[in-house]
Design a protein around this ligand. Structure first.
Ligand code: BG6
Length: 487
C-alpha cells in the first residue's frame, strides 16, 4: 500500500527554538546585567531550584551562567540550523543584555550589537528569526527595586525596551512574541520567572498551596500589567514597521476530565479556562473572559481596570497565537488549579510518560489546536514541542535518540490532521534546536535538542556540538515539507 502523503502549507515555517537564559551563557559579559534566572541554581526532579538573593558561585551552580554557550557559538549553531533546513529560529533576547538594570536611560550597545550580528547571520542563511521579547526573563534590578510586573512602572521600562529592539532590528526581525508562556503567571512558578515577583523563600515551587489572597492579588495584577504592556507593544510594533507581526505565547495544555463524572468534566472545563483562555482571551480578543469576574470574586482578587486600560487591550490584540505543547493532564472535580500541590492536574492513566513524568499525547495536540482555532480563528504557530530525555554519546560520536524521532513523528501527524481539519498552522519550532538548560529543573541532562552539546549539570564539558539522529531525520522531513512522515 502506498504511504500517506501528509500536507503542510507551502512556506511552512519549520524550525527550532531556544531561550536566552537557557542557552546563551556569558551572563555577565558584554555589559549584560543579571536577570532573575541568573540568580537561580540548578536542581533536579526531586530538588527544586533555588533563587538566591546574592550570587554565590562558591556554593551553588547557576546554569544560566553557562547555558550551552551559544553567545560564543552562535555562528556555528546557526550554520547547523541552516544545514537542518530551518526556515525559522525561535529565540529570545535577554532583556538585561539590552538594558542591564531594566531602568537604564540608554541601551547597552554591546548587547544590541550581539543580536544584530546574530540576526544578520540568520539572514545570510535565509532563516527568519521568531523572537521572544521576554522568555522567563527580567532584569534582576526590576524585580528587587520595583517588585517585577506587579509594579506598573515596569510597563514603561518594557515599552522602552520594545521600542529599542523594534527600531534597532527593523528589517531583520518581523515576527515577535511578547511574553513567553504568559499563562504561567497564574501560578507560583510563573510569577517568579515570568512576572519577576520574588518568592518568600528561596525554593522555587511550581504551585504554592499557601498563597494568600494578597499573593493572588499581586500575581493577577502583575499579569494585568503584562497584558497592557503586550497590547501597547503590539501597537508600537505596527507603527514602527507595518510588516511586523506580533504573537502571544502560551503554555498550551489540555485538561481532560479524569472520568465521565459531571464534576470531573466541569473541573476540566474550569482548568481549560483558567490555564488557557484567561490570558488568550485578553491578548486575542482584547477583553477578559465573561467568567473572569466570578473567578476574581471567588479568589478575593480585586483588579482596578481603568477604561483606558480596556481600550489599550482592545486595540492591541495579537496577530497570531503561538504556544508550546508538551503534555496533557486530567482534572478531577474538587481540584483547584491555583491550589494544586505539585503539578497541574492528575496523570492520565491511558498515556505513557517521559522520564520526568510528562505524559506523551500527540492526539491532544490536534484536539488543542482545534479548540484554539475554533475560539480565535487566528493563525497558530507551535513554538515549542519536544521530549526531554537522558541521552549519551556513543564512542563513535553518534547520539541515537529514536524516542525523539518517534515523538516528533506522531506530533507532526497530529499537526497534519489539524491542518486537514482546516486549522491555519503557520509554523513549528521544536524544543529545542540544540541541548540547553532545562527551565523547570535547571538540569542540562534533561536534553531536548537535535544537536548534542557536551556539557553536564554543573557546566563542565567541552561544549562541542554533535548532530543527533533526530537532526538528520528532521532535516529530511523539512526537505519534503513533511510529506514523508510514514517513511
Ligand atoms: C516551556 C518553556 O515551558 O518548557 C521552556 O518555555 C522550557 O523554557 C520548556 O525549557 C521545557 O521545560 P523544562 O522544564 O523541561 O525545561
Amino acid at each position: 500500500m502506498k504511504n500517506k502523503e501528509y500536507q503542510f502549507p507551502e512556506g511552512f515555517l519549520w524550525g527550532g527554538a531556544t531561550a536566552a537564559t537557557q542557552c546563551e551563557g556569558a551572563w555577565d559579559v558584554g555589559g549584560k546585567g543579571a536577570s532573575v534566572l541568573d540568580h537561580c541554581t540548578n536542581g533536579d526532579r526531586e530538588h527544586p531550584r533555588l533563587i538566591t538573593a546574592e550570587i554565590d558561585t562558591e556554593k551553588y551552580h547557576y546554569p544560566s551562567h553557562t547555558g550551552c554557550e551559544q553567545y560564543d557559538h552562535y555562528e556555528e549553531d546557526i550554520k547547523l540550523f541552516a544545514e537542518a533546513g530551518f526556515k525559522t529560529y525561535r529565540m529570545s533576547i535577554n532583556w538585561s543584555r539590552i538594558f542591564p538594570n531594566g531602568d537604564d536611560m540608554v541601551p547597552n550597545q554591546e548587547g544590541l550589537d550581539y543580536y544584530r550580528k546574530l540576526f544578520e547571520k540568520c539572514k545570510e542563511y535565509h532563516i527568519e528569526p521568531t523572537v521572544t521579547m521576554t522568555h522567563y526573563d527580567m532584569p534582576w534590578n526590576l524585580s528587587v527595586k520595583y517588585g517585577g510586573w506587579a509594579n506598573r512602572k515596569v510597563v514603561d521600562f518594557f515599552l522602552k525596551y520594545a521600542e529599542t529592539i523594534f527600531t534597532e532590528y527593523k528589517g531583520l526581525v518581523t515576527r515577535w512574541l511578547t511574553h513567553n508562556e504568559i499563562n504561567f503567571g497564574t501560578v507560583s512558578y510563573g510569577e517568579i520567572v515570568t512576572s519577576g515577583i520574588l518568592p518568600k523563600s528561596e525554593r522555587i515551587v511550581m504551585q504554592d498551596p499557601n498563597a494568600t489572597t494578597e499573593d493572588l492579588n499581586r500575581r493577577f495584577k502583575a499579569l494585568h500589567h503584562e497584558f497592557v504592556a503586550s497590547a501597547k507593544a503590539v501597537q508600537l510594533a505596527h507603527e514602527i514597521d507595518p510588516a511586523i507581526e506580533v504573537g502571544c505565547m502560551m503554555c498550551g495544555f489540555a485538561f481532560y476530565p479524569l472520568s465521565c463524572k459531571p464534576e470531573d468534566v466541569a473541573a476540566a472545563q474550569r482548568d481549560m479556562e483558567i490555564w488557557n483562555y484567561y490570558c488568550m482571551d485578553v491578548m486575542s480578543k482584547g477583553k477578559y473572559p465573561y467568567w473572569a469576574k466570578r473567578f476574581w470574586d471567588e479568589n478575593g482578587i480585586s483588579l482596578a481596570i481603568s477604561e483606558e486600560d480596556k481600550t489599550i487591550l482592545e486595540n492591541g490584540t495579537v496577530d497570531f497565537i503561538s504556544f508550546s505543547y508538551y503534555r496533557t493532564d486530567c482534572s478531577k472535580g474538587g481540584d483547584k488549579l491555583l491550589e494544586g500541590n505539585t503539578d497541574f492536574g492528575m496523570p492520565n492513566p491511558e498515556l505513557e510518560a517521559t522520564e520526568w513524568g510528562w505524559s506523551i499525547d500527540p492526539q491532544g495536540l490536534r484536539w488543542l489546536m482545534n479548540e484554539y482555532y475554533a475560539r480565535y480563528e487566528k493563525p497558530l504557530m507551535i513554538v515549542e514541542n519536544g521530549i526531554g530525555a537522558y541521552e549519551q554519546q556513543e564512542s563513535d560520536g553518534a547520539i541515537h535518540d529514536n524516542h525523539r524521532i518517534a515523538y516528533m513523528k506522531e506530533h507532526f501527524k497530529a499537526m497534519a490532521q489539524a491542518i486537514e481539519d482546516g486549522v491555519d498552522l503557520i509554523g513549528y519550532a521544536c524544543w529545542s534546536a540544540i541541548d540547553i538548560v532545562s527551565a523547570g529543573t535547571g538540569e542540562f541532562k534533561k536534553r531536548y535538542g537535535l544537536i548534542y552539546v557536551d556539557a553536564d549539570d554543573l557546566g563542565n564539558g567541552t561544549y562541542k556540538r554533535s548532530k543527533k539522529d533526530s537532526f538528520y531525520w528532521y532535516k529530511n522531513v523539512i526537505s519534503c515539507n513533511g510529506k514523508n512522515l510514514d517513511e
